[in-house]
Write a new protein. Sequence first.
Length: 203
Amino acid sequence: MQPFTRLDAPAAPLPLANIDTDQIIPKQFLKTVEREGLAKGLFYDFRFDPEGREKPEFVLNQPAYQKAGVLVAGDNFGCGSSREHAPWALMDFGIKAVISTSFADIFYNNCFQNGLLPVVLKPEEVQQLMDEARGGNHVVSVDLEAQTVTSPSGTQFTFDIDPQRKAKMLNGLDAIGETLQVAASIDTYEMKRALSQPWLEGA
């Protein structure tokens, strides 16, 4: 997992509430366990018509937002099923942070396990970011170390985050990476147990 420290990137406004994980990545794209290649299915029913043609009115199809690194979304983003493909698809598209007033719990947890930063701000702050993202300059700065979001106009907002999750994001550690930090201690324990309780090793 890549460390997340600071992100300066175009923000795309998506002022829709209750976007569920099936809308983020529809079920027909869940046949793979690979994290790459899922960008093509991101918001598929929003981005394409039944014939597979792009809908020009959808924000991520517009030239100004096709390289968006931040998504500013409506309330309760990521509700629905627990599919981990949802953060994978967002990250494969190039989105590294999602800003909303609230997230579904499972989606929120999955974000941290995959290096996607979910940021919770106040409704009026999210609305300001939405409004500014529609302008010509829509670059937003997300600073995890300082726990701030800076709007295109320079307005700064602060956000809360669990210290342990923050540390893991800053160091690029998922659950496996966190465990590997104490690999030497695990090896020592297993050696001692093999000597004191050899029957557990099948000996």
